[in-house]
Design a binder for this molecule. Structure first.
Ligand code: NAD
Length: 435
């Protein structure tokens, strides 16, 4: 099958590459000329494990191409996936301008029957609006469908190649059959392809992200209660998660969810509900718990060192919103570091992959360090903000030697509080026995 993918961000580039990997001829399009030039040279524009090798192989084998010319791409394909960004606008709604622009560009370029499959996360009703736009400009029949994407940054290729489910929202039998054919290589283990109407498909994506965000905020508030009463969230979490009706995933306490999806998708769903006269109070609460949770570490730091942090130096391990990505969009580290800087502190920052992105946010207001141990030099305390694997079993003696005081604020519960006590650290974590 000849396929166009419009947008070469996390979703578009991973999807396009994986479609090529399963034998399709794929052209990926982006308006960002630098990004396309980089991709043509075989360089991935962001860090995602395994992606660059897969891109190179498929380019070399002639199945994957990159261009800024959408007409060229669309003219030789029957299906165009739209995977452009849908950021949050000032009201909390999703900004759909890139979706409409991409759909119009595709519609003008089609040379026969065509399917536009929207992979970006879009509010319920967007398929209808896109259908109106393309019908105004297209000279051929176009079916507009919803194929929301569920991959996670950090394990995007594995998620794409072996999804828990594929959702196809279509009003056309012909489009549904073609999309089913494209996606069937990815569900060989009998995970379902769920076929439904486009509105239900659009909502399925938001419902999934909203549920995960709710679980995170729930466990974070439970953790705060554990801290207040001297209980252990890990014990509670295990007891809770062993109930098969509940399950154990997405019940790890921390310093709040971030990334390019959960915060904006929760807001967009609240907005869609309110446009339809409904108050989605549960989601508004999840969001406000999350905002509060991101401030937990600065609060604890101030309780320990006092409100004025002038002259204090903090080593920060991890700025990415989660491990195995360099993405810092809406990362808790942004809130934590800004708050410490505002209180007069200095920050020495390390992240295995996200330092380049960190520099875009903080410029020369913090210092950047290639190794986690280098960041510790002369710091008053260590703050752990991302649960990178390499932080799980550090040399504690070395940490102690480098720090001015043996204090750790762990936002990801990486270490055993008893061990920390035995090693004579002041150790703050989330929802476990307080120091
Ligand atoms: P991104 O910001 O990483 O990439 C978007 C890309 O689209 C950019 O390269 C941009 O230059 C390009 N673009 C914008 N307008 C264009 C146009 N008119 N023509 C061609 N290219 C254009 O975005 P992302 O993280 O890949 O997310 C894309 C969509 O997928 C969003 O709706 C997001 O919510 C959803 N999604 C993201 C993830 C994730 O983990 N990042 C997971 C599932 C779904």
């Amino acid at each position: 099958m000849n396929i166009t993918v419009v947008g070469t961000g996390y979703v578009g580039l991973v999807s396009g590459t994986c479609y090529a990997e399963s034998g399709n001829e794929v052209v990926c399009v982006d308006i960002d000329e630098r990004r396309i030039a980089q991709l043509i040279e075989g360089k991935a524009p962001f860090y995602e494990p395994g992606l660059e090798e897969l891109v190179r192989r498929n380019v070399k084998e002639g199945r994957l191409h990159f261009t800024t010319d959408v007409s060229y791409a669309v003219a030789q394909s029957m299906v165009s996936y739209i995977a452009v960004g849908t950021p949050m606008n000032a009201t909390g709604a999703a900004d759909l301008s890139a979706i409409f622009k991409a759909a119009e560009d595709i519609a003008r370029a089609v040379t026969g029957y065509h399917i536009i499959a929207i992979k970006s996360t879009v509010p319920v009703g967007t398929n209808d609006r896109v259908r109106e736009i393309v019908n105004r400009v297209a000279k051929h029949r176009i079916d507009v469908c919803s194929v929301p994407e569920f991959l996670k940054e950090g394990s995007a290729i594995e998620d794409f190649m072996r999804p828990d489910r594929v959702v196809i929202g279509s009003l056309s039998d012909q489009a549904r059959a073609i999309l089913r054919e494209i996606h069937s290589p990815f569900v060989r283990t009998d995970n379902p392809i769920l076929e439904m109407d486009p509105k239900s498909a659009e909502l399925t994506k938001y419902a999934s992200n909203a549920m995960l965000a709710l679980r995170i905020s729930f466990i974070n508030d439970m953790a705060n209660l554990c801290d207040a009463v001297g209980a252990d969230i890990n014990a509670v979490r295990r007891g809770l998660g062993s109930d098969r009706r509940i399950g154990s995933s997405f019940l790890f306490p921390g310093i709040g969810y971030g990334g390019s999806c959960f915060p904006k998708d929760v807001q967009a769903l609240i907005h869609s509900a309110s446009e339809n006269g409904l108050d989605f109070a549960l989601l508004a609460a999840a969001e406000s718990v999350n905002m509060r949770q991101k401030r937990l570490i600065p609060q604890r730091v101030k309780q320990h060192f006092g409100d004025d942090l002038s002259g204090k130096v903090f080593a920060v391990w991890g700025t990415a919103f989660k491990p195995r990505t360099d993405d810092m969009r809406e990362a808790p580290s942004l809130v934590v570091i800004e708050e410490l800087l505002r209180a007069g502190a200095q920050c020495r920052v390390h992240d295995p992959e996200a330092l380049e992105n960190a520099r875009k946010y903080f410029g020369d207001r913090v210092t950047y360090h290639k190794t986690n141990y280098e960041a510790l030099k002369n710091a008053d305390a260590l703050l752990i903000l991302t649960e990178w694997n390499e932080f799980r079993r550090p040399n504690f003696q070395r940490i102690k030697n480098e720090l001015k005081q043996p204090v750790i604020f762990d936002g990801r519960n990486l270490y055993d509080p008893d061990l920390m006590k035995a090693l004579e650290f002041r150790y703050y974590s989330v929802g476990r026995h307080p120091v």
